[in-house]
Design a protein around this ligand. Structure first.
Ligand SMILES: CC(C)(COP(=O)(O)OP(=O)(O)OC[C@H]1O[C@@H](n2cnc3c(N)ncnc32)[C@H](O)[C@@H]1OP(=O)(O)O)[C@@H](O)C(=O)NCCC(=O)NCCS
Length: 202
């Protein structure tokens, strides 16, 4: 059994708390820099700000913050083990799958054979990451987003709720794919893409 501390007392953190509980691990509490939150969040103590992590002995940490740049910055500042949170209802192939440390896999997500997921990613509720996908660090595959087979997604890219990506497509780093967008061609320039087929708007 691991002792776990969640960084980020937010709605997302609340869902990660449930994953820790359902995994049979022990949630010690939260760390958050927002002092206005007080001392308690969803029944667990707020133990301090993020920089207080080194006062917690023997715990592993999971960063429950949606913004990928903040997730990346905090991950670089913490010199302690990271906890990989996988909900028991997630369907993860037993063949050639790798999931990096600190990644969160939410209820009902599917990760199929040969998929490689980086560090500190979020594979959100009911998302589908199909076979042989290469998902880089800090990527967020939002609720119900579907990625077909053999897709590459670059670091810090966010695929919005209900978006879809055609098979054999490559999406570069630092993109936002809008809610409901459908990516049918390679995306080589970072930016925001919306619509069907997805087009760059920012
Ligand atoms: C694409 C997105 C990032 C744009 O956000 P934004 O920069 O704040 O843009 P706005 O909301 O001001 O919208 C700007 C325009 O784009 C349109 N637009 C916004 N999102 C869109 C989308 N997903 N698809 C199509 N059009 C969209 C708006 O209708 C608006 O059009 P208008 O100028 O004709 O009125 C955002 O709308 C989005 O889809 N985010 C994904 C969020 C998400 O999935 N979160 C998952 C959490 S699990």
């Amino acid at each position: 059994m691991s002792n776990v501390v969640i960084i980020g007392a937010s709605g997302h953190g609340k869902v990660v708390a449930d994953i820790v509980n359902k995994s049979g691990d022990k949630l010690l509490g939260f760390l958050d820099d927002d002092l206005s939150l007080g001392y308690e969040f969803c029944g667990y103590p707020i133990m301090g700000s993020v920089s207080d992590y080194d006062k917690v002995i023997g715990a592993s940490f999971v960063i429950a913050i949606g913004n990928p740049e903040i997730r990346e910055r905090i991950s670089q500042s913490i010199k302690a083990p990271f906890y990989t949170a996988i909900h028991p209802s997630a369907q993860i192939s037993g063949i050639d799958v790798a999931i990096g440390e600190g990644t969160v896999v939410m209820p009902g997500a599917i990760i199929n054979s040969g998929a490689k997921i980086g560090r500190h990613c979020i594979i959100n509720s009911a998302a589908v990451v199909e076979h042989d996908n290469l998902i880089a660090d800090f990527v967020h595959v939002s609720v119900g987003a579907h990625i077909a087979g053999t897709v590459t997604v670059g670091a810090r890219t966010m695929l919005g709720v209900g978006s879809a990506v055609k098979n054999n497509v490559s999406i570069t780093s630092d993109c936002t794919i809008g809610a409901g967008a459908v990516v049918v061609d390679n995306i080589e320039e970072s930016g925001t893409y919306v619509g069907v087929p997805a087009k760059k708007v920012i």
